[in-house]
Design a protein around this ligand. Structure first.
Ligand SMILES: [Zn+2]
Length: 507
């Protein structure tokens, strides 16, 4: 067999319809890499780009000769919809590079799957469709997506294989990147054309009820893997996407994709069985939160607890600077609290100017504007001592970002009474213990830890906190999982649990 030529590209963004639109600076601050620079970063010891992308490259390198044709990979932290201009730039740049690349055997597309663009509710599908249009039907297209992808029929019909994460918190990106590479090797060796089936039961849950260590979602994903194993090679992949509700798009909702090696009927049967089981367990896709008042009581108690500031998760487009829970814990005089992390560059810069050991009045959110996405970034003031400073260049230690380089910008730890808060400059969710450890703070010694992260922190802090010590706090903000609070206009209706009486004839 001749050496396969495989192009690589992608556009990674999880869009929260209500958050600040993603502009070029959002991509430049994370990933905008093309050609040899992209390959160098993918093969770096601690790459800053998507783990599955680096893993795909490593697995291709390890499984025989191949010729990489690197195009453009652009990635932003979760934010609002991307501008039409940037979407067009990424799509057209990749189309031009593919068009001039000479004969290709395959393309690897590394996307998130829940992107929204100005004037386009399915930009992931638009990108895949454009790649297919440039290359024609005989080039295999393999895509990896986040578990929170909002899957459109176009994404499935225009690609050959979609591989989705199977863990939430996300800790299997390396395995999924490798799986995409191994599957591509098999597809190219056999010369077969995979057949994929998509079923979308009308269930559109919030992310807090999509943990894979628990029923119903974990049960469903495990069943998918069992059915794939029982099919003895007939099924190439089973991916069950939970959706990202805050995108507010017509493709919101649970998505079951079963890809058969070549026999479509085998995929249809497995997908239908999974859809029936999902529908039967729909009651489980609901979750109760802990109120702010209950959180204060818990923090004053003797138990060791960790709180998710669920309404303000930068990993879902949150601003990373709401102060509701900070004000409540500080106002109640709670002791032994570590709180990470507030994305407030003005405050971080002031702490750096003043220096370790100095005291000052910390003013949060002094740079707040009057945009709708800033409405929960309430100003807050307290007397503070600068405890530690850092340049914010760190490598993740545990969970989702283990081994990945993070750029947090100038950062500080400031103590306000019994609460020590981490201030960073570049908005990033606190899913990793490194946010506290870089400041010399001892997580084991804290009685309450609060993180601006919805669920990924569970994989980073499991050494210190068992699942029963974890509470999701009902704070206001761009990622409040109380769906009734949001003016969702594009999510298909009826959908469970938004419409409790939703009916569906299962396949
Ligand atoms: Zn996700």
């Amino acid at each position: 067999m001749k050496t396969p030529r495989v192009a690589l590209l992608g556009m990674i963004l999880e869009s929260n319809r209500f958050a600040k639109p993603a502009d070029r600076a959002d991509f430049d601050s994370l990933t905008w890499l093309e050609g040899e620079a992209l390959m160098r970063e993918a093969r770096a010891e601690t790459p800053s780009l998507a783990t599955e992308f680096a893993a795909f490259v490593a697995a291709m390198d390890a499984t025989g000769p191949w010729e990489a044709v690197p195009c453009l990979l652009a990635a932003s932290h979760p934010a609002g919809p991307v501008t039409a201009e940037i979407l067009a730039e990424v799509v057209e740049r990749n189309a031009a590079l593919l068009g001039g690349a000479g004969p290709l055997d395959a393309v690897y597309i590394c996307n998130h799957g829940a992107m929204v663009a100005e004037g386009e509710d399915d930009p992931d599908g638009a990108l895949i469709e454009r790649v297919r249009a440039v290359l024609g039907p005989d080039v295999r297209i393999v895509v990896t997506l986040d578990l929170h992808g909002n899957i459109s029929p176009r994404m499935v019909s225009e690609s050959d294989l979609i591989v989705g994460y199977r863990t939430n918190p996300h800790v299997d990106m390396r395995e999924r990147g490798e799986e995409a590479a191994f599957s591509l090797r098999r597809i190219l060796a056999s010369g077969t054309r995979p057949e994929a089936v998509l079923i979308k039961p009308p269930i559109a849950p919030a992310s807090v009820s999509l943990l894979t260590a628990q029923a119903p979602y974990g049960t469903l994903i495990d069943l998918g893997q069992r059915l794939q194993a029982e099919a003895r090679g007939a099924i190439l992949n089973v991916s069950i996407f939970g959706n990202f509700i805050f995108s507010d798009v017509p493709d919101n909702g649970l998505s079951i994709i079963v890809t058969a090696r070549e026999d479509r009927a085998a995929a249809e049967e497995v997908a239908a069985q999974l859809a029936r089981v999902a529908w039967g367990m729909r009651d489980g896709f609901r979750r109760d939160l802990t109120s702010v008042a209950q959180a204060v009581e818990l923090a004053q108690g003797s138990g060791k607890v960790i709180f998710s500031d669920a309404g303000d998760n930068p990993g879902g487009g949150g601003s990373g600077r709401t102060t509701e829970l900070l004000a409540a814990l500080h106002g109640a005089g709670c002791e032994g609290v570590l709180y990470g992390s507030f994305a407030d560059p003005d405050l971080a810069a002031e702490a750096h100017e003043r220096g370790v050991g100095t005291t000052f009045t910390a003013r949060f959110n002094r740079g707040r504007g009057d945009n709708p996405w800033e409405q929960w970034d309430t100003p807050f003031e307290a007397e503070a001592e600068v405890v530690a400073l850092h340049d914010g260049e760190v490598v993740g230690e545990r969970g989702m970002t283990a081994g990945r380089r993070l750029h947090l910008g100038p950062s500080a730890a400031i103590r306000m009474g019994g609460v020590t808060a981490i201030i960073i400059s570049d908005r990033t969710q606190t899913a990793d213990p490194v946010f506290f450890k870089m400041m010399g703070l001892d997580i084991a010694a804290a009685s309450t830890v609060v993180v601006k992260s919805r669920g990924h922190f569970r994989a980073g802090f499991d050494r210190w906190f068992a699942p029963e010590q974890v509470y999701e706090i009902d704070t206001a903000g761009l990622t409040s999982p109380v769906l009734e609070r949001w003016p969702l206009t594009r999510v298909p209706r009826p959908s469970y649990p938004l419409d409790p009486d939703t009916e569906w004839v299962t396949p």
